[in-house]
Design a protein. Structure first.
Length: 101
């Protein structure tokens, strides 16, 4: 769970904030007027996020490469059908949970 602090507190204790984030790997949410305004994370957390993002984009590229020969209209039709199937499944699970109450 991320710690929260006001922007005023973050500004007044910036060095401590940086040290805390670096050594504990615990992110800090900086709020302005009670609303999240920024998040301070450690370099390690940033590296992990970047690696995960790159891995996700590689997956997208692989899927795109595997389906180059399929017309884009067919891809859209297939994706739409899959999304609808997932929605129906989720709706069915939700309805089943509600009926058990």
């Amino acid at each position: 769970m991320a710690r929260r602090m006001s922007s005023r507190e973050a500004r007044a204790n910036f060095s401590d904030l940086l040290g805390s984030v670096f050594y504990t790997n615990e992110p800090v949410i900086v709020e302005r007027k009670g609303k999240p305004f920024a998040v301070v994370i450690s370099p390690e957390q940033y590296r992990v996020m970047q690696e995960e993002l790159q891995r996700a984009w590689r997956s997208v590229d692989e899927v795109r490469d595997e389906h180059k020969a399929i017309p884009s209209e067919q891809v859209l039709e297939n994706v739409t059908a899959e999304v609808e199937a997932v929605r129906e499944e989720m709706h069915g699970k939700r309805r089943g949970a509600e009926s058990r109450r």
